[in-house]
Design a protein around this ligand. Structure first.
Ligand code: UT7
Length: 322
């Protein structure tokens, strides 16, 4: 039986930081509203860096942390909704930057759930026996898609990348990964930008921005987060008390605390870093896991569930023992 385990993690955020007070220059908002409604105090944003730049820096840290050589990697999957090109993908750009072998590399678009999707794919590809060592990444520059005149969305997002190396193993550490989606409610969180319709007539295309029906996404998130945790526990004959921690997508602290309350799980065991980074979409979960491990919040032997939700609508969760 082939199992999988995490052998290294890394993350990176751009240097430029923007506080809630800085946002007052763009939109009619204030620190009190943003912090009390979301838990966000500041976020990091790109200036001249692209998504691949963030992905490269996070990957180098993860590779070093894993103690492997770049040539050991035989699979690269990048979760992003902010690729630098339609093609080549961030994964191919990254392959060249890291001097990897001529292995399979591809991008996955599942918005904020993207990292759970790439973890699910890589986990199953390694467990199939076809691959040994995967570099998986969530990397986003969502602030490049943000409408900086829309206070409903621009206060929420930040840029980041998180990377993870997973390999085949004799021990069962990545125990289960599940994902789902509902395309029938796509308009709750959407960014339409797939080329120009009727390009002969409309020679100049308008770049679209992120649109979100915030309170409806909030309701979805607070329902799907505990449901995904309970589904994972049920599938693995476990109960909540068997878990040491939950590492949830950092979209809104109120979503995380409502989920903790509904699950009857201590808020002390729900990892939080949203105040410093905001919602970094697909980077949110691997950034959180990397910081939780490096700060010794998560320790060897701990059992945790990581869970995310986002545009699509999509969601995913993983049950992991470190
Ligand atoms: O990762 C992808 C998933 N995304 C999410 O999980 C986001 C889920 N949704 C949320 O987190 C929350 O719905 C938001 C943080 C986006 C909004 O919080 P809310 O408590 O649902 O506020 P609201 O949208 O109902 O707006 C309440 C009021 C409105 O004013 P009126 O109509 O009551 O006068 C908004 O115009 O707050 C106003 N408002 C703001 N005021 C100051 C909205 N944004 C701001 C702002 N500053 N930035």
């Amino acid at each position: 039986m082939i199992y999988t385990k995490i052998i290294g993690t890394g993350s990176y955020v751009p240097k430029k930081m923007m506080t809630n007070d800085d946002l007052k220059e763009f939109v009619d908002t204030n620190d009190e509203w943003i912090y009390s409604r979301t838990g966000i105090k500041e976020r990091h944003i790109v200036t001249d860096e692209e998504t691949v730049d963030l992905a490269e820096k996070a990957s180098l840290i993860a590779i070093e942390d894993a103690g492997i050589k770049p040539e050991d990697i035989d699979l690269v999957i990048v979760a992003t909704v902010t690729p630098d090109n339609y093609f080549p993908g961030v994964s191919q750009l990254l392959q060249a930057r890291l001097n990897l072998r001529e292995v399979m590399t591809f991008d996955v678009n599942a918005a904020c759930s993207g990292f759970l999707y790439v973890l699910n794919i890589a986990d199953k590809m390694i467990k199939s026996g076809a691959y040994d060592t995967a570099l998986i990444i969530g990397a986003e520059t969502l602030t490049r898609l943000t409408d900086w005149r829309d206070r409903n969305t621009c206060v929420l997002f930040g840029d980041a990348a998180g990377a993870m190396i997973i390999t085949k193993s004799d021990t069962n550490n990545i125990k289960d990964v599940i994902c789902g989606s509902r395309g029938d409610v796509d308009d709750l969180l959407i960014c339409k930008n797939v080329g120009i319709k009727d390009p002969v007539v409309n020679a100049v295309g308008m770049q679209d921005h992120i649109h979100m029906k915030g309170s409806e996404v909030f309701k979805f998130a607070t329902r799907i987060l505990p449901k995904t945790v309970n589904d994972l526990l049920d599938r693995n004959n476990m109960v909540l008390d068997d878990l040491d921690y939950i590492v949830a997508h950092q979209a809104n602290e109120r979503i995380i605390s409502k989920a903790a309350k509904d699950l009857k799980f201590s808020m002390d065991k729900m990892f939080l870093n949203i105040s410093h980074y905001g919602n970094t979409s697909a980077a949110s979960v691997p950034l959180a896991i990397d910081q939780a491990i490096k700060s010794n919040y998560l320790k060897k032997g701990d059992k945790f569930i990581t869970v995310a939700f986002g545009g699509g609508l999509t969601w995913g969760g993983a049950l992991i023992e470190l």
